[in-house]
Every structure is written in C-alpha cells, then in structure tokens.
Design a protein around this ligand. Structure first.
Ligand code: ATP
Length: 201
C-alpha cells in the first residue's frame, strides 16, 4: 500500500530525515516510533504531500506520489490525522466532519459517512452541534479521527493519537483503532510511547 525508499527531508539547509525506508502492506498496521523532535511529523507530512523529499521515493499503491499535491492524495484515500488534532475549534462537531468530506469525490457520501462516524463514536452524535473548543481532549481526538474517516480512506496515518490524553481515554481510542484495523483499514501509527504502540501492532 505504502512503500518509502531512502527518503531524505530538509527544512532549508537542515536535514531532519536521513534515508528512511518503510513499508506498510495492505490491511496492515505498522508503527513508527521516535522521541520528541526525532522527525516523525516531518515524515508524516512528507508522505501526505505537504513537504517534499529531496531524495528517495514514495510509492502509494505502486505509484510515485512524491510530487502529488496533498489534496489529491486525500482523494486517492491517503489521509492523515495530524498531531495536535488541528480541528477548526470555533466550528461545531458536524461542521468539522463536513470539512472532512470536502474532497469532490467524498461530498456526495457525506450522509452515509456521517452515520458511520457517529456509530463509531456515539459521543460525537450527542455533541454534533457543540463547538469544538468546549470539548474535552479525548472527544477532540475522536473528532479528529472521525474527520479523517469521512473520506473513507484506504490508508490512515495517525500522528500521536495518544498525545495529552488520560489512560482511560487512550484505551477507548485504542479500541477504535483496533476496530478500524479489523475493518481492513491500512494504518500507519506514529507514536512516542513504545508500550502503547506495541499493544496494537
Ligand atoms: P514531536 O513528537 O515532538 O512532535 P517529531 O518526531 O514529530 O516530534 P518533527 O516535528 O518532525 O519531530 O521535527 C523534527 C525536527 O525538525 C525538530 O528538530 C524540529 O525542531 C525541526 N522542525 C520541524 N518543523 C520545522 C520547520 N518548519 N522548520 C525548521 N525546522 C523544523
């Protein structure tokens, strides 16, 4: 599904990623582990088409995507749930989910995908008209994952989904990721916490 060969990534003159290779097979869950500042989000943003590798190759379903713009990759089913959630906090739950369905190919499936996400996260259905900035961290993380699922992605990249969450909430989020894996989603899980990541992969 995803094959990265020896990519190097720079910010200006500063090299952050040095010849990384990584492979995620269809239906697999693979984890990328690293401490603060190791370059995990840089790698995620490079796969997602937000940054460009200066060297190396990224294949998605066997095709090179190193020059494909981010919005096109979302349309092709490659979706990231970013670190820090990056929600539109002045908007409601439902408005954020609608923005997850913004791509041309997924707009028409909005009602069905909304039902799917509400089934997965009943709390989001209860809070659908609530403004995001009044929600807990756990609810916001669920919304971020829900937004990522609105396009019905084939490959989901989760960037530190446990960040800032209490153990009980992490357990709930982990159960959802497990369910997504059972449904056959391909997942790249980016984490700092080795023990947590290895519970899933
Ligand atoms: P964390 O877990 O703390 O989010 P990370 O593994 O995701 O860390 P990155 O965010 O990829 O790490 O950052 C890797 C390195 O690149 C860090 O030293 C960071 O300061 C640097 N960096 C990140 N973004 C930029 C940028 N836009 N310009 C310059 N340097 C950057």
């Amino acid at each position: 599904m995803l094959e990265i060969s020896e990519i190097s990534v720079f910010y200006g003159d500063i090299q952050v990623v040095f010849g990384l290779s990584l492979r995620v097979g269809e239906g697999e869950i693979v984890t990328l582990i690293g401490s603060n500042g190791a370059g995990k989000s840089t790698i995620v943003n490079t796969i997602s088409g937000i940054l460009r590798p200066s060297k190396g190759e990224i294949l998605y379903r066997g095709k090179s995507i190193a020059r494909v713009p981010a919005h096109r990759l979302v349309e092709q089913g490659l979706v990231q749930v970013p670190e820090g959630r990056m929600l539109f906090t002045d908007l409601t739950v439902e408005e954020n989910l609608r923005l997850g369905s913004f791509s041309k190919s997924s707009r028409k499936h909005f009602p069905a995908r909304l039902r799917y996400v509400f089934q997965l996260f009943p709390i989001l259905a209860e809070r659908r008209r609530q403004t995001v900035n009044t929600m807990s961290g756990g609810e916001q993380q669920m919304l971020a994952i829900g937004r990522g699922l609105m396009t019905d992605p084939d490959c989901l990249i989760l960037d530190e989904p446990s960040e800032g969450l209490a153990p009980l909430i992490i357990q709930q989020v982990w159960e959802i990721i497990e369910k997504l894996k059972e449904e056959g989603h391909t997942i790249l899980l980016v984490e700092q916490n080795v023990a947590l990541a290895l519970k899933l992969v």
